[in-house]
Structures are given as C-alpha cells and as structure tokens.
Design a protein around this ligand. Sequence first.
Ligand code: ZN
Length: 565
Amino acid sequence: MMTHALAGEQTRLVSGSTSRSRPNGRRISKRSKVVIATVISIGLLLALVHLAFPSTFALRSTPNKKKNVIFFVTDGMGPASLSMARSFNQHIHDLPIDNILMLDQHFIGSSRTRSSDSLVTDSAAGATAFACALKSYNGAIGVDPHQTPCGTVLEAAKLAGYFTGLVVTTRITDATPASFSSHADFRWQEDLIATHQLGEYPLGRMVDLLMGGGRTHFYPQGSDASPYGHQGSRKDGRDLIDEAQSNGWQYVGDRKSFDSLLNAHGDNVTLPLLGLFADNDIPFEIDRDEKEYPSLKEQVSVALKALEKASDEDEDSNGFFLMVEGSRIDHAGHQNDPASQVREVLAFDEAFQYVLEFAKNSDTETVLVSTSDHETGGLVTSRQITASYPEYVWYPQVLANATHSGEFLKKKLVDFVHDLGATGKLENFIKHEILERDLGIFDYTDDDVNTLIHLGDNANAIQEKLNDMVSFRAQIGWTTHGHSAVDVNIYAYTNRKTTWSRILEKLQGNHENTEIGQFLADYLELNLNKVTDLIRDTKHSLNFSATEITNEVPHYDEYYHELST
Ligand SMILES: [Zn+2]
C-alpha cells in the first residue's frame, strides 16, 4: 500500500515537468481556424516527409505518446568477437563476404569503458555507468564511488510510469542486471541483491519482469527438498520464491511453464513475472538443451509481448524499459572458449533481430541501443603458433567442428574419471569421445592426450587445455582470462526519424560509457538525481563483522563464473 502511494507521488516528482509533446485535442478543437491551417500544413508535410524518409521510419497517423526503450548489453563482447562470429557465420552457411550480422547493420560508434578506479572495468562498474550514468569503482552495484546508492534508469523509468524488465542468460543477480535494479557495495552480495530486485528497499518493487538464471539466490542453502531446485544458496534461510508468489508474482521455473507463456499475445503472463530457468547460468548456446532451457530470443519474445500488453492496457503507462543482456559472451571470453563465444554472439544477434522487427512493426516510438560493458579475454582473430613468420590465417572450421563448450566437456571428463577413470578406459574416452566426437579434433598429439590424462579431475585445468586445443588449431589468440580496456561498439535503431537524429547527435562516434546511460535517462526524460534522493536509506553495505565476511565470501569463481566449492 505504502509503496503504491509512494510510487504515485514519485511518478509526479520524477517525470515532473517534461517537455514531451503530446497531442492536445481539446485545445485544437476550440480553434477551428488553426485546425484548418494545421491540417493543410500537416498534409503537405506528410507528403514531403513521406518522400524523404527511409521506409523503416514509420509514419503513424495516430500519435502515440508512449515510448519503448530496449537497452542491450553484450557482456564482454569486443570488436574481435564480432568479426570472429561474422566470419564463422559466413563460413558455416557458405555466405558471401558482404553478409554481415544484424548488429553490424546498426553500428554507430564506440564506447570507452574505464571505471572510476581502473582503466580496466569490471561488469559491475560497467553496468553502473549505464544504469546511473556515473563512473564508479570495480565491484560497485548501483552505488557511486563513495558507496552512496545512485538512482538508476530502470528505477526512474518505473517511477515515471514505464513498465520495466530485465532479461539475461546468467544469474539475474549478477552484476549487469543487479546494477539496474539494486544497490550493493560489492557485486557478490547477491543474496541482498535478490531482495532489492523483489522490492525490499525504500522504493518498493521497481521491476515488473525478471527472467534468466540465478535461482540459487532466491531459496535457502541446503534445501535439497526444495521444489525449485537443487542448489539454493541463501544464507538467511528465506525462500524468496515462496514469498514472491505470496506477494503476487507469477513464477515460472522450468521450460514447461515457460512454454505456457508463449503465445501470440502475451496473454498468459501476469506482471510481475519472475522467471528463473537455472540455479546458476543458463547453459551456453552450444550446449543448451532446448527442451530444458529457453533461448535468449524466446525469453525476449515473452518479455516484449508481456510488457507491450501491460503498457497497452494501462492508459497511464508511458511505455516500457527493457534491459536484455547477452550475458555469457563474457563467460566464453573468460574461459578463452572461441567455439562457445561465436554461438553466444549469434544467439544474441538473433534476439537483437527479433526486437528490431518488433520495433519496426510497433506503433509506439521505440529505441534500441546495444553496447558492451567491456571486452573480455583480449581476443584476437590471429595467433602465431610457430617460431617462423606466421601465416595470415585463422580457421573458422575448427570452431564449427566443436559441438560442446570446454565448460561442458570438463564436467563430462571429470565425471568419467570419477566413475571409470581407474579402469584403463580413460585414454580411449579422451581420444574418441572428447577430442574426436565432441571437439572434432583428430590431429591431437600424444602430449595432448597425456596432459589430459595427468590432469585427473582438475576441472578448470581440463577446461583450459581443451579450450586451448580449439583456439590453437583455429589460430585464435587470447591475452587474458580477465577483461581488457579496448573500446567496445555502440549500435542503435529507432522507428522515428527525429529520434534517429537525436541518437546520432548523442552517441555517434566515440563516447564514455556514462554518456550512454545519460542518453537513456534524457531520452526517457528521467531525473536520476531525484531517485538518488529517495534511496538514501537503502541497505547496501556489509556490517564487516568477521562472521559476515566469512559467510559472504564470493560463491563464484571470479574467472570461470562457477561455484567455487
Ligand atoms: Zn561484463
């Protein structure tokens, strides 16, 4: 109740005095002369404009005050990821060299990514730059360099009458979605982040739709008998999934219930919607069992229909703001796994294309902006593999031959070692099952096989070796298991000509990542500082007691994004 009243108050506060031009029928109808002149002028204008504009800029006869923004984050995708995925796509489909990705067709500029405390950002500072339009330190989730919670584009949009959503392929509590929907001094406070996302902080519920992985932070640790999953990790024993449903959230936790949401009109979704399809990450696209997990494009299609429908049915709605993350491009980069990364990029490109079609067919003014928080892996599409002067080549076919990720195969191999490793069958399993069948590698050496045998059940070392065998043969290079400081690309689209000019004015060329966040805020006419004033009392810090630090140690390996236990 309080939340509702507060939200109404804040809606006026935040959207306050906007300069948005809205049709005012009453005023015009009182001035008939003006009407006639206006009709004639508009008629002439329409005739001229219709000739001048590209067909993709739709001219609508019915003015629509609403705006939709879909903001995409390709986590860890640098320019080399694009050229690698583009060449891979051309190769596997036998396409001409001028066949480019959908994203490529909407390239407008590049972004500088440094954080407040390093030239190399992490995802938390990167996303906070988009969400709050300010630079913060590595690890910061929706807080400024002084650890003061900062109002986000998503929060301000919600308070200004927009529906809001987050769709990802990693944990929904991970850095990128968290930075739009919560406030925490450190990214690994994911138990706290989950509570903010469900509305447990001064603003109340700000997100209408949450979809992705990361169920683990929504139900208790050690809850083997939970109906929701097998790897709950909440330390406080709370079951947020139960609580959310009691508070009116619709919960979907598996492919079957997700499929029940998929119809032409989004009729089966009630907001707020909590869709958590994996305890941790949704598997890489190269490994994804479509009978078990939805694709990013499928998630996005449900989100768009649900948000559009909710917005259409609410005459006070101003439209919607949706953040979509191609989350695991970054993980493939951390793991130096090129075969997985090209599939992640292409899956993202499909989701982007789906949204593009949605925008082209929408009567509502719609803006798409897509960028990355940083590059991951120091990826280069070349690698010197001999002492002599290198050939100018790299081989996409090697990536095409691989049918699983190193992440998947390390588990497969470790399971085999645990079950049958002592029976003398390991060498054959490595050669014929892992290398030949799963990775399509037949030119392995005795050294390769012996190395894998001697790694035993050292999962991460096995993953490293397998991914390097693929990268080496494809002649793909990596300089790090972390992030790099190279600039990343900016892409955009809108279905309105005047808005396109505005996008180019603000984002064409090279920009700081904070300028992208500022553009989103300005375009939606949001005042982030006013939201910052409203969230001063948010709990965002640790108490720094010894027990709390022990209990709150990061659950995930920093580089491999996996449970470290
Ligand atoms: Zn990132």
